[in-house]
Design a protein around this ligand. Structure first.
Ligand code: PBG
Length: 327
């Protein structure tokens, strides 16, 4: 031992000192819960690959939103599952479509007590499952899709959403959405840009949750998992186009990206702990192979430590409740 004796373990000797020196604290207010609502359901339905997560009916969604507010979560991210789909995803723009109806329902229920957000993408609404409109040869048409996103953003804002989350990875989507919102008088609606979104196999259970029609993949618009510098470019563009907040997705396999984005910009940074990340932990825990609660909080702490100040997670409500009991 050198003298004076340097012993880091002194700061780990009991719970009180560990709490005192803790560098990362999770707060329910930074957790956002994604919720699914399916058109025409009268009872909520379980999702086999996302144990504990439901496809909601209109009624059960309202109740779940209230429960989330009571748990203290910072926000709710809404996804709609329509009963029918078409080539252009027109259900996303329809004011009576499942997602716009859900926004209206949830905002009527919770008002301004939490932040109500909506996924702004066509993949749930198109018969082919792609995030945009197709060209005659089957490619995804960037600029035609932008016009659809603009209409969808205005429809969501008119339904009362506080934050739109463009997630389709079309070039220029943030600028087009911002302009459309402003032109329609929705200056107070924020844009949470899915600035960095990898073409990830971790989205598998989500695609079950929204009954995705996709065949093939999204590699012509979502990013290659091998790339980090490209993410910084995406973030830079989105901030320049007016993103109020930027998101990295998935979270745990991309903590280096979260950290680099945090260092690069001064807007709030969010990370999305996606369906496959959640499902892996649930599956291992169901087998008795890991301690579910500890792993849950460890993953969320790690995402926070990497630099995300907002975390989207299917555990948001439960984690918020746990954190409240603990402190
Ligand atoms: C697109 C969207 C997806 C997710 C969130 N928004 C699916 C995709 O890009 O294929 C995935 C979220 C998750 O896996 O939890 N609407």
């Amino acid at each position: 031992m050198p003298y004076p004796e340097i012993r880091p373990r002194r700061l780990r000797r009991n719970a009180a000192v560990r709490r005192l020196v803790s560098e990362t604290r999770l707060d329910p207010a930074e957790l956002v819960v994604p919720m699914f609502v399916k058109e025409g359901l009268t009872e909520p339905r379980a999702i086999a690959s996302l144990p504990g997560v439901l496809q909601h009916s209109r009624d059960s969604l309202r109740k779940a939103a209230v429960e989330a507010v009571q748990a203290g979560v910072g926000g709710i991210m809404l996804f709609g599952v329509p009963a029918t789909r078409d080539e252009t995803g027109s259900g996303g723009v329809d004011p009576a479509g499942v997602l716009n109806t859900a926004i209206r329902d949830v905002v009527a229920e919770v008002g301004d007590s939490t932040v109500v957000m909506s996924d702004l993408c066509l993949d749930e609404f198109t018969s082919h499952g792609h995030c945009g409109l197709l060209t005659p040869d089957g490619g995804v048409d960037n600029d035609a899709t932008l016009a659809a996103y603009a209409d969808m953003a205005v429809a969501q804002a008119a339904a009362g959403v506080h934050v739109v989350g463009p997630s389709g990875m079309m070039d220029g989507q943030v600028g087009v959405v911002r302009k459309a919102l402003d032109a329609a008088g929705h200056r107070d609606v924020s844009v949470l840009a899915y600035a960095v979104k990898y073409a990830s196999a971790f989205y598998g259970p989500f695609r079950d949750a929204v009954e995705s029609a996709l065949e093939g993949d999204r590699r012509t618009y979502q990013q290659d998992p091998a790339n980090l510098r490209e993410s910084l470019r995406e973030v830079e563009l989105d901030v320049a186009e007016g993103a109020d907040m930027v998101m990295v997705k998935p979270a745990l396999p991309y903590l280096d990206v979260v950290s680099a984005v945090r260092a690069a910009v001064n807007v709030p940074v969010a990370a999305y702990q996606v369906s496959g990340e959640y499902a892996m932990v649930e599956a291992a825990a169901a087998n008795g192979w890991i301690d579910r609660e500890r792993v849950m909080l460890e993953t969320l702490t790690s995402i926070g430590r990497a630099g995300a100040q907002i975390i989207l997670t299917y555990w948001a409500v439960e984690a918020a409740q746990l954190l409240r009991e603990r402190y």
